[in-house]
Ligand binder design. Sequence first.
Ligand code: SF4
Length: 132
Amino acid sequence: MNSKNTDNINKKESFNSPAELICINCPAGCRLTAVQCGDDWDVTGNRCARGSQYAKQELTDPRRVLTALMRVAGGKRPISVKTDRGVPKSLLMECAREIYRTHPEAPVHAGDILIENVCGTGCRVIATRDSE
Ligand code: SF4
């Protein structure tokens, strides 16, 4: 083995076993393999850059869009709401509790921002249905 090949192997040295994931960004559902290389991840199996970004995000700071029902003061029934982007997975229950405790006054319209910064995550909670 020449020195060039040895350098390449050292750069790719991993300290953990590979992580297997399925990319959920599109119906192709690529099977991804991610190997940690220092502070970065070497991702294979992705057909586009979104797969690599997804794997790195999922392995370092997993997030989920939260959907829930929210009671409306004076409304006939709860309305569906969702966060405008993913909240940290570790805060999902805390965010759900804040949504449960929040009761905006009717009328509420789809697109209204009902919580500006849920649990300090910087994410908004938005109505996805109208309530009269
Ligand atoms: S890697 Fe790209 S092509 Fe594959 S599932 Fe993800 S978004 Fe789709």
